[in-house]
Write a protein that binds this ligand. Structure first.
Ligand SMILES: [Zn+2]
Length: 93
């Protein structure tokens, strides 16, 4: 069986390696997408450091030109207290 996370590619650089962070608790956990239930989180491309929101367990893998800046801003603002510097610098770039 093919694991979905093995065929997902970064829309910006086509890399397949992501860090996945889950925001279900106040703490941030790196977890396996298969374990990801209905929470929010972030996928961070290990190669180009682009970040992608996960909303209600669904990753939004859109390239920069298809993304909505206001949606990104409100998503980041919602989790401002728990996202780490790696995510913040990816968000600001
Ligand atoms: Zn990338």
């Amino acid at each position: 069986m093919i694991n979905v996370i093995d065929i997902v590619r970064c829309p910006e650089c086509h890399a397949t390696d992501f860090k996945i962070m889950e925001f279900q608790d106040a703490s941030m956990n790196i977890t396996n997408l298969l374990l990801f239930d209905k929470g929010d989180g972030i996928m961070l491309c290990s190669a180009c450091k682009s970040w992608y929101p996960i909303k209600n367990g669904i990753p939004e893998l859109l390239s920069k030109d298809l993304r909505n800046k206001e949606n990104d801003d409100s998503f980041i603002k919602k989790y401002d207290n728990i996202i780490n510097d790696e995510i913040k610098s990816a968000y600001l770039k």
